[in-house]
Design a protein around this ligand. Structure first.
Ligand code: ZN
Length: 361
């Protein structure tokens, strides 16, 4: 109830700000003072058709519908200065100011729908974009663990109490092997666990524990063969090469997509160096951009990214205004998904999208 009221108020404010011309005025005022922070980087994950059957078991926070994506790209190419992340990094490296109204489009993970659904739209509107790939998943039928869990939970109705029990067990197990990420701050209440909260809660654990939990979840209600019946979800080498030769840039998102802050130094180095090598081999181009899995990093990891030969790295959390010096190894991004740009009826609102781009509301 409170959520829908908040959504309605936000929508009304966005409509007033956008259609009164106030947003355009705020945008001009914001840009009078030359500022190196005068750009916005957007992060997309999956672009899916409205009737795609995958939609019922994917975290809503990573989907943009193809038609909405098309509207967004049409709007951006008309109203904004679209730069590639590589161009932005070069400008910032030279200590110069990005052009006024600069927007950068990025995609994380390397989903196959980036080729099938996003790429034709990007080409049509001549929009530069960078896709960050986790190299273990190229040409592979393996699923990202969070996608696999989403699918299991959609197929099997596992009660919240059982999910809570699984998290508690993992928390104890994690403490025994003292993984640095284990913390009680991720602890949801037993009766409020849904698929998204369960996946968020699991992110703190070591990959071995997550793999064990996936096996356990498949067994709940009987072993199934559905795991093998899934179409390839991530990009192939051929799709990467075709896009790379036609204006799409690629960057590394690690090899395994494991969160780097939970790995030891040698594992982090392997993720950084090996993924760079594989992508350079596949595209024939230098790979100089890195995206931290889950946006997580620390000072040591930033240093290792630089040492591995990257020029720029990106994270999440892009709605916070960067008051300090600009950090080329921690550029923030704004996450775009259907829910973030929807009005009270659930329909796409250009006014909300426009306010989001200007970091207003
Ligand atoms: Zn990712």
């Amino acid at each position: 109830m409170f959520g829908s009221l908040k959504r309605a108020v936000k929508f009304i404010l966005a409509i007033c700000i956008y259609y009164s011309g106030l947003l355009a005025l705020l945008s001009v005022l914001k840009r009078i003072r030359a500022d190196k922070n005068n750009f916005t980087i957007l992060i997309y994950h999956r672009i899916l058709d409205e009737n795609d059957s995958e939609r019922d078991h994917i975290q809503a926070g990573i989907i943009v519908s193809r038609k909405i994506f098309e509207k967004q790209m049409a709007y951006l190419s008309k109203e904004y200065n679209l730069l590639s992340l590589k161009e932005l990094a070069e400008i910032l490296e030279k200590n110069q100011y990005p052009p006024s109204k600069s927007i950068v489009i990025t995609f994380d993970d390397g989903w196959r729908d980036n080729y099938l659904c996003a790429y034709p739209v990007l080409k049509k509107h001549n929009v530069p974009a960078t896709i960050f790939l986790a190299t273990d998943f190229i040409d592979s039928d393996n699923m990202f663990w969070f996608a696999e869990i989403g699918m299991i939970l959609a197929k099997r109705k596992i009660p919240p109490e059982k999910l809570w029990e699984i998290l508690e067990k993992a928390r104890k197990e994690s403490k025994n092997i003292s993984t640095p990420q284990s913390s009680d701050s991720h602890k949801p209440a037993a009766d409020s666990i849904d698929s998204d909260k369960f996946i968020e809660g699991l992110k703190q654990f070591d990959h071995q524990i997550i793999t064990r939990i996936i096996a356990e979840l498949w067994k709940e209600g009987g072993v199934s063969s559905e795991r093998t019946a899934v179409d390839r979800q991530t990009l192939s080498s051929d799709e990467v090469l075709e896009m790379s030769e036609n204006g799409i840039d690629f960057g590394s998102h690690g090899c395994s997509h494991r969160i780097l802050t939970g790995l030891d130094r040698d594992e982090v180095k392997r993720e950084l160096i090996e993924s760079k090598r594989i992508l350079e081999e596949k595209t024939g181009k230098t790979i100089s951009l890195f995206s931290y899995p889950n946006g997580d990093f620390n000072e040591e990891i930033k240093k290792l990214v630089r040492e591995a030969g990257y020029d720029c790295a990106i994270t999440t959390g892009g709605r916070e205004i960067d008051k300090g010096a600009l950090d080329l190894f921690a550029l923030k991004r704004i996450g775009i998904h259907d829910g973030a740009t929807a009005g009270p009826t659930g329909r796409y609102s250009e006014a909300i999208f426009a306010c989001l781009l200007e970091k207003i509301l």
